[in-house]
Design a protein around this ligand. Structure first.
Ligand code: HMG
Ligand code: MG
Length: 327
């Protein structure tokens, strides 16, 4: 998968036109909605399984910081993701304050039955834009995965459960390299047509660069309203915030993040966690964009996450601490 160089950027016709049209920071929102994924995307990737009480402590710290949409676990096969085998128990014990929407990954109707028993109000179905990653992740072709979602999504709606969708490997696949954004468009449209309220676009391996993000979103936003799309940017190569800024400029208002940068995908070797929530919030608040989150408490949650997993985590702001945003 080639990273376009600056020279390429200036010589490729499409890229030159894009560069001329970019006018930074003219269309930033007043507010964005954050979707926290650390208890799921973060803890699924830990070498050791975090004890249930520590998972509950993490969710409490996230809620205390003001996060209102949190993906707390996965109802997947415990053989595939043993780190989240306690999903049913977690849901029994988790504190659910009013106004906080808790969600869980759900690959099939078996997972949906577990979500119903857990009284979750939201689930997330997931698949990849590339065949090889999809097969390694859920053991099916992309087409078969989509077909099977019909029952999961309609069953969720019958039970009053909202459904979010993920498309992984949008910015590149660890097995196939470049991925045609038209595949992502087709899959996202099918997920929305089946009733997902929103589709989160995953840079699963954290390979994306800003012009690539602009190209992908230009294609998708020509067909899909901005409020139907979210960004889920892993930060393996340090480009997540830059890509998110492009998304904000293009109208995206829903951003996934993971406290302290916890996480990765077990079927994307070497991938780092999602953009650190506290780093994202630091940038957003510094630009006058509201999140409803208390940054100081988020920093505390980042430090708590390090204690919970017993190792330093890559997020920058919980390590550096805050400075006055007015300085
Ligand atoms: P399979 O082996 O093909 O499934 O796995 P199966 O239907 O043949 O069933 C096999 C066994 O699994 C049976 O049990 C089923 O009961 C059980 P057995 O008879 O052998 O004892 N089973 C289940 N158990 C509990 N809950 C369920 C469930 N379904 C079946 N829901 C399956 C297919 C999808 C289940 C498997 O591949 C799986 O669980 N994969 C999980 C993959 C995963 O969680 N990956 C990480 C999350 S995705 C991600 O991180 C990307 C994302 O963050 C976005 C991004 O970054 O791009 C979302
Ligand atoms: Mg992910």
């Amino acid at each position: 998968m080639g990273v376009p160089s600056f020279r390429d950027g200036l010589t490729r016709h499409g890229v030159r036109r894009t560069l001329c049209r970019v006018s930074l920071f003219e269309q930033l929102p007043d507010r964005v909605s954050l979707y926290e994924v650390s208890p799921r995307d973060g803890l699924q990737n830990e070498r050791l399984t975090v004890p249930l009480r520590e998972k509950l402590r993490l969710v409490d710290a996230l809620v205390a910081a003001g996060l209102r949409r949190i993906e707390i676990t996965s109802f997947v096969s415990p053989k595939w993701i043993p780190q989240l085998a306690d999903a049913d128990d977690l849901c029994k014990h988790v504190f659910r304050p009013r106004g906080v929407a808790l969600s869980a990954l759900c690959p099939n109707v078996h997972g949906l039955e577990r979500a119903k028993a857990a009284h979750l109000e939201e689930i997330a179905v997931f698949l990849s834009a590339s065949e090889t990653h999809n097969r390694k992740n859920v053991n099916k072709t992309v087409d078969n995965t989509l077909s099977a979602f019909a029952d999961t999504i309609s069953g969720a709606h019958d039970a009053g459960i909202r459904v979010r969708g993920y498309v992984s490997t949008v910015w590149g696949c660890p097995y196939e390299g470049d991925v045609d954004p038209r595949k992502t468009l087709t899959i996202a449209q099918r997920l929305l047509a089946m009733g997902c309220y929103q589709v989160s676009l995953g840079d699963t391996i954290g390979a994306g660069t800003p012009l690539q993000t602009k190209r992908i979103l230009t294609l998708l936003l020509a067909e899909i309203p901005t409020e139907k799309l979210a960004l889920h940017m892993h930060d393996t190569r340090g480009t997540a915030l830059a890509n998110i800024l492009v998304g904000l400029e293009m109208g995206i208002r829903d951003l996934d993040a993971s406290i302290a940068g916890l996480g990765g995908c077990p079927y994307a070797p070497g991938a780092a966690g999602n953009v650190a929530t506290e780093d994202l919030v630091y940038m957003l608040h510094g630009m006058g964009i509201e999140t409803g989150v208390d940054l100081e408490r988020l920093v505390e949650a980042g430090r708590a996450a390090e204690v919970i997993v017993g190792r330093p985590l890559p997020g920058k702001v919980h390590n550096s601490g805050l400075r006055s945003l007015r300085a």
